[in-house]
Ligand binder design. Structure first.
Ligand code: ZN
Ligand code: ZN
Length: 334
């Protein structure tokens, strides 16, 4: 099983800021003080040897995670990160060479996607805008003959939310029905879902307007994707059900949007702290714990600081799982 992060930011896309570049440059220059860089060949070696967090931004795109097992794939959420995933799946140009004519838009479309990429499953945690806003820019949705099945808590509400954000021409120039692909919206089946060698289970989460956590299993591995949730009582029956849902998962990708102080000021907003979420993952005896749905106000420096504090909290609590920061472009093979 392979997991790849295409969007990790919560609430709204948060592009890299000048202050982030300054912070990274300061650290890189400090490291360079002891290295003779007059020889240009040493510069390339020096850059190649820098720690990953100085070379890559944590990422500003909103939630989208890809889980694959061989040729089988499920996509978790359609935040702005799904744009790059779509280009990765179908890199060819999907408009004909003549000027784009919106009136005959659908007739002018061609299918850029290789045959193996034409049946697509997207699971939506919920329809808050940060989890669906990338869909109008998802290239495979413009491929005539592609079939995209979207699953959420309520298929009717899902169709309404996606239709509203592409109400043409007021909200977006191209409506869902003019996108080219065959789109279908479904309520997530109670018995779960099978996509090739992957099986998926879902659990409702406490969040304004509701939400779903997903557990994707295949090849003897499993990953839990649990974003946008807030439990107010660690000992409630609802919390116990959530811990059972995560039990023994190899990977837990969890909402960790707020620091403790922020969570006090934003009680009821529907998000978690890294310490609180980690506690639940430790009770579930998960393998990896990924901090996810990062607050748009949190710089890379703050996120890395929070990662270290969460790791220290885990050591103090005698936990044994690996704590990592979900970053755009990061992938993990299980
Ligand atoms: Zn969100
Ligand atoms: Zn939400």
């Amino acid at each position: 099983m392979k997991i790849k992060f295409w969007g990790v930011r919560g609430s709204i896309p948060a592009p890299f800021h000048a202050a982030d570049i300054t912070w990274k440059l300061e650290q890189i220059l400090a490291l360079a003080l002891d290295v003779p860089l007059a020889d240009p060949r040493r510069v390339a070696d020096f850059i190649a040897g820098l720690p990953s967090h100085l070379l890559h931004p944590v990422g500003g795109s909103t939630p989208c995670v890809e889980v694959t097992l061989g040729a089988d794939r499920v996509i978790l959420d359609a935040g702005s990160g799904i744009r790059r995933l779509g280009l990765d799946m179908c890199p060819e140009q999907f408009f004909p060479e003549n000027d784009l004519d919106l009136i005959n838009f659908k007739e002018n479309l061609i299918n850029p996607c290789p045959p193996a990429e034409r049946n697509i499953t997207i699971l939506l945690s919920h329809t808050h805008w940060d989890h669906i806003q990338g869909f109008p820019f998802f290239a495979p949705a413009y491929g005539v003959g592609n079939r995209i099945s979207l699953y959420g808590h309520d298929g009717g509400q899902l169709a309404e939310a996606f239709g509203s954000q592409q109400k043409a021409p007021q909200m977006f120039p191209i409506s869902l029905s003019d996108m080219g692909a065959d789109l279908s919206f479904h309520s997530f089946p109670e018995a779960g879902l099978t996509v090739g060698g992957l099986t998926v289970a879902a659990l409702p989460l406490p969040h304004p307007g509701g939400g779903l956590a997903f557990r994707v299993s295949g090849g003897g591995r499993s990953v839990v994707y649990a974003t946008d949730y807030e439990f107010t009582d660690d000992n409630s029956r609802e919390t116990a059900r959530f811990v059972d849902f995560m039990a023994g998962a190899d990977v837990v990708i969890s909402d960790t949007q707020y620091t403790y102080l922020e969570s006090v000021a934003r009680e009821g907003w529907g998000h978690s702290t890294s310490f609180g979420a980690l506690e639940l993952a430790m009770r579930a005896e998960a393998g990896y714990f990924f901090l996810f749905h990062h607050d748009p106000e949190h710089s890379d420096a703050k996120l890395l600081d929070n990662l270290e504090k969460t790791r220290a909290y885990q050591v103090m609590s005698s936990g044994s799982l690996r704590v990592e920061l979900a970053s755009e472009g990061l992938s993990l093979e299980l």
